[in-house]
Design a protein around this ligand. Structure first.
Ligand SMILES: Nc1ncnc2c1ncn2[C@@H]1O[C@H](COP(=O)(O)OP(=O)(O)OP(=O)(O)O)[C@@H](O)[C@H]1O
Length: 392
C-alpha cells in the first residue's frame, strides 16, 4: 500500500513549504504512520527521533494535522539561537525586559496557542531553559520575560532530535525529568536505508515536483539509475535524495535520468552498491579501487590516507570533473556524522568556523538550503528571515 498525503497549506507559510506531500510506501514507514496517527489523537507530548533529513518536521506537521487542533503549527530550531535570544523567543518578553527589548512581544508558545509547537533539535536547548520548558509544560501557562502575569496555554508540544537524548541525560547535558516528560510518546523515524521501499516512490515524487516547477513533463529514471538509487545507503536520507534528483534533472540531457546524471557521495556506496555518479558512472578497470579506495583493510590512519591519495590521483589522471566537490562532500558528511550532527563540534573537528560548516552543510544537502528556523503558523511579519540566519 502506498500513501501520499498532502498536508494543508498555511497562507502565511513561505512558498517553499506550501503543499508538502508525505510519501510513504515501505512497510516500516506505514507502521510509523499508523503510530503517528494513534499518537495524534491524544494530547501527549511527542518526541520524534531520527537521523538528519529523515522527515521529522514533516511527520510533526502530519501529527498536528491529524490531531484536529485548530491553532497554528509553529516550528522552531532550538539549535539556531543563543541562550538569551531563545529565552525571549520561546516565552516572549515585555518592553524593557532586557537591553534592546523596545516593545512587548509574544513568544513561540503564545504563537502556537491552540495548535502545536514543534521544537526541533531539542537536545540543543540550554539546561537553564530546559527547566523553564518543563515548568511551562507542567503548569500549562507561560510568563513573559519582564512580567509576572501568567498566560494560560493550550499548546501541544512535539520535540525532535537526531542525537541520543538518553545518552545526553547520562552525560548531564539534558535533564532527565524533561526527557521523561517529552518521551511520553516516542516516534522513531527509520533512516531511508531502513525503508528501501520508499526510495523510488520518493524519487518519483521529487521528479514530479521539480518537473512541475519547471513546467515540463516528468522525466523517467533509466533502469540503471533506479537500481543505483535503491542500492545507495543515503547517509543524508530524504534530503539527500531530493538534492540528488534535483541535480540530476538539471544535468539530464536525454529523455530519461541516466546513471551518469546521479551524483552521490562515495560515503553512501555501501556493500552491494552498484555504484553511480562521479565514482562509477563510466567505470574503468581501476575505478573499483578508486571509488572504494579499499580503506577497510588499511591498518593505520596514515595508510588509509595514502590509499585515498592514490585513489584521488587516479581520478585526477582520468580528468574526472567535480572531484574537489566530491571530496568536500565526503569530508563534511563524515565529520558531521562523527560529531553527531553538532555543528559546533564539526567545526572544531575540521578546524574551521561554524559559518563555514553551515555553508558546507547547505551545499551538500545536509541541512535545508533556505535554513528557515521557523515555518508555518507564524504571523507573516518577515521574522522568518530573522530566524533563518540562525539555522543550526
Ligand atoms: N515522507 C516524505 N515524503 C516526501 N518528502 C519528504 C518525506 N520526508 C521528508 N521529506 C522531505 O525531505 C526533506 C527533509 O525533511 P525534514 O526537514 O522534515 O527532515 P528532518 O528530519 O526534520 O531534518 P533535520 O534533522 O535536518 O531537521 C524536506 O524537503 C521534506 O519535504
Amino acid at each position: 500500500m502506498e500513501r501520499v498525503l498532502t498536508l494543508p497549506q498555511s497562507p502565511s507559510a513561505p512558498l517553499s513549504i506550501r503543499a508538502k506531500a508525505l510519501v510513504f510506501h515501505d512497510p516500516a514507514s506505514l507502521q510509523l504512520l499508523a503510530q503517528v496517527e494513534r499518537v495524534a489523537c491524544s494530547d501527549a507530548t511527542a518526541l520524534i527521533i531520527g537521523e538528519t533529513g529523515t522527515g521529522k518536521e514533516l511527520v510533526a506537521r502530519h501529527l498536528h494535522h491529524c490531531s484536529g487542533r485548530h491553532g497554528p503549527f509553529v516550528a522552531v530550531n532550538c539549535g539556531a539561537f543563543s541562550e538569551s535570544l531563545i529565552d525571549a523567543e520561546l516565552f516572549g518578553h515585555e518592553s524593557g525586559a532586557y537591553t534592546g527589548a523596545t516593545g512587548a512581544r509574544a513568544g513561540w508558545f503564545e504563537a502556537a496557542n491552540g495548535g502545536t509547537l514543534f521544537l526541533d533539535e531539542i537536545g540543543d536547548l540550554p539546561l537553564a531553559l530546559q527547566v523553564k520548558l518543563l515548568r511551562v509544560l507542567q503548569e500549562r501557562q507561560v510568563v513573559r520575560l519582564g512580567s509576572r502575569k501568567a498566560i494560560p496555554l493550550d499548546v501541544r508540544l512535539v520535540a525532535a532530535t537526531n542525537i541520543d537524548l538518553a545518552r545526553a541525560v547520562e552525560a548531564q547535558h539534558f535533564r532527565a525529568d524533561l526527557y521523561y516528560r517529552l518521551s511520553v510518546a516516542t516516534l522513531v523515524l527509520p533512516a531511508l536505508r531502513q525503508r528501501p521501499g520508499d526510495i523510488l516512490p520518493l524519487a518519483q515524487h521529487f521528479i514530479h515536483q521539480y518537473c512541475q516547477r519547471q513546467g515540463r513533463p516528468d522525466v523517467p529514471l533509466s533502469p540503471a539509475a533506479a537500481t543505483a538509487l535503491v542500492h545507495y545507503s543515503w547517509p543524508g536520507n530524504i534530503r539527500e535524495l531530493e538534492n540528488v534528483i534535483h541535480y540530476a534533472l538539471i544535468v539530464a540531457r536525454g529523455a530519461q535520468v541516466e546513471l551518469d546524471d546521479l551524483r552521490m557521495s562515495p560515503l553512501g556506496q555501501g556493500a552491494g552498491a552498484v555504484g553511480s555518479g562521479w565514482i562509477a558512472a563510466d567505470a574503468g578497470p581501476h575505478d573499483a579501487r578508486a571509488g572504494g579506495a579499499d580503506l577497510a583493510t588499511a591498518s593505520t590512519a596514515a595508510d588509509a590516507l595514502q590509499r585515498l591519495a592514490d585513489a584521488f590521483r587516479d581520478l585526477l589522471d582520468d580528468g574526472r570533473p567535480a572531484l574537489y566537490e566530491a571530496v568536500e562532500a565526503a569530508l563534511i558528511r563524515t565529520a558531521f556524522a562523527h560529531a553527531q550532527s553538532n555543528q559546533v563540534q564539526t567545526a572544531r573537528e575540521l578546524g574551521v568556523t561554524r559559518n563555514t560548516v553551515r555553508t558546507l552543510l547547505k551545499r551538500h544537502g545536509l541541512i535545508p538550503q533556505n535554513g528557515a528556523g521557523v515555518v508555518s503558523g507564524w504571523p507573516d511579519t518577515g521574522r522568518h528571515e530573522d530566524r533563518a540566519a540562525g539555522w543550526r
